[in-house]
Design a protein around this ligand. Sequence first.
Ligand code: HEM
Ligand SMILES: *[C@@H]1O[C@H](CO)[C@@H](O)[C@H](O)[C@H]1NC(C)=O
Ligand SMILES: *[C@@H]1O[C@H](CO)[C@@H](O)[C@H](O)[C@H]1NC(C)=O
Length: 513
Amino acid sequence: MSLTSAFLLVILSLSLSAAREFLTGDTGHHVGSNQNSQTATKSGGILLQDIYALQKLRRFNTERIPERVVHGRGAGAHGEFRSFGNFSDLTAAEFLSKRGIETEVFVRFSTVIHGKHSPETVRDPRGFAVKFKTATEGNYDLVGNNLPVFFIRDHLKFPDMVHSLKPDPVTNLQDPNRYFDFFSALGGMATHMLTYLYSDLGIPRGYRFMDGHSVNAYKMVNAKKQVKYVKFRWLSKQGVQNLTRAEAAQVQGADFSHATRDLYDAIRRGDFPTWELGVQVMDPSQLDDFDFNPLDASKDWPARQFPFTALGELKLNRVPDNFHLASEQSAFSPGNFLPGKIEPSEDRLLQGRLVSYHESQMHRHGSNTFQYLPVNRAKSAVRNYNQDGVMVMEHAWKGSVNYEPSNDADAYVEDKRSLYSTREICGKNEQGPIEKTLNFRQAGELYRAFSEQQRANLVGNLAVELRTLRSQKILHTMCAHLYKADEEYGRRVAEAAGCTLAKVREIASGLKE
Ligand code: HEM
Ligand SMILES: *[C@@H]1O[C@H](CO)[C@@H](O)[C@H](O)[C@H]1NC(C)=O
Ligand SMILES: *[C@@H]1O[C@H](CO)[C@@H](O)[C@H](O)[C@H]1NC(C)=O
């Protein structure tokens, strides 16, 4: 090597090292070797003073945080929501007060039952959670599913239901014997949801190809504190598409993460998925007008009587930079609403949800500072006198006044526009069921609304699982629930699943609508 070329090489390596930054430990000290740990002589053990090595392993050992107890498998994306108009007659929410107002959103889609890396081809409801980061009024979360109704109507049954659907505590295998045991013993309230779930809609072709539903009823409150009950729906502009049982098996064999891949591929190629948000509106005076309770999450509000009003459009346009920082650490809750603008209804399932999510998130993240992580942080200011605690990075206030009221010119004041709506109540505390059960009617209507192909797929999807049941009692009770919903529906499943029709009829005749 000539002297000049050696010189050039030195210059080159210097400029290379100048362009790249030094590796450091978590406290910023530079790292001399990231290849070999420090040993006492060539033959010795590793020295305890090699703090960098210990720290690196410690960080690795604690990489996992608890996954969500339900909806563990999912994918998030950033986007925006644009209001179609001024809906101030319905709600005082500013993000819906003018045509064209854009609100930043983070959305996470999910499956419910299995863990963080489970297949996305399973028959399962899909979560559809939207966090609106409004410009001036804080975060509003709309935490819905792709199917419009739910299995149960009281939050107290949720742990039982989820335990029955989750893998068996003995074998770690999901088992139809367990969840159909639960649903058969429940008396039929799940029939409507099961009919949705075992239809083709139970396996969406991807997250882009499904609608979303609030399932629960909420309240919209306008500036005059007038209240309407509402149910929300996200209408997919991509169209609803699904996988049959056979297609799902094929897709899963090739790619068990097809839904996340499809979503991220579409966004990356600029084919931004969009949904239209609509609401059904019911006046409080109508609540008692039906043979079902409109605040029962197992029920649909008939679309003919309660047509959807389009409020705005959601567009997803950015894949998060990091899965853990965004999708995993995101924390949605039906308890994140806008008092005096969009509020929870008295729906008994929803009322439990209002607190469950925050509790689960405290467990997952270890401290309530998860609300300040970038993915969750409100766009608008957070101002209060809450203070201290684990991992607090800043306080909303400065100085000595950490209480209210105060004469201090900088002290925060209440916003009367955010007073909750009021409701007249009279009666007694009690522990009784929702009286208008109407367990089967809407399931029958749904069955009859399906085409012959959709009915045949539904019957096949149910029979494949029901045939595996060991208990004749559970098998016949499940068929009786379907028979009670619609005789043809029950008869076809009974035949396909190997039930005795006379026995099915006998059980069905004893069922209470
Ligand atoms: C009483 C009934 C329910 C309870 C107690 C419950 C509880 C929970 C809990 C504890 C989580 C995990 C939250 C977290 O760690 O971040 C969760 C997630 C979720 N739940 Fe529920 N849930 C219920 C019903 C529902 C219903 C009816 C829907 C749909 C309308 C729903 C949709 C979701 C979604 C979409 C997620 C995932 C949110 C995300 O992507 O992070 N849940 N639920
Ligand atoms: C929305 O309409 C209401 C009532 O018509 C009006 O008072 C309000 O100023 C409008 N809001 C905006 C942002 O235009
Ligand atoms: C499933 O999607 C196909 C189109 O891909 C459609 O023909 C069929 O009706 C859908 N099934 C349901 C229950 O919506």
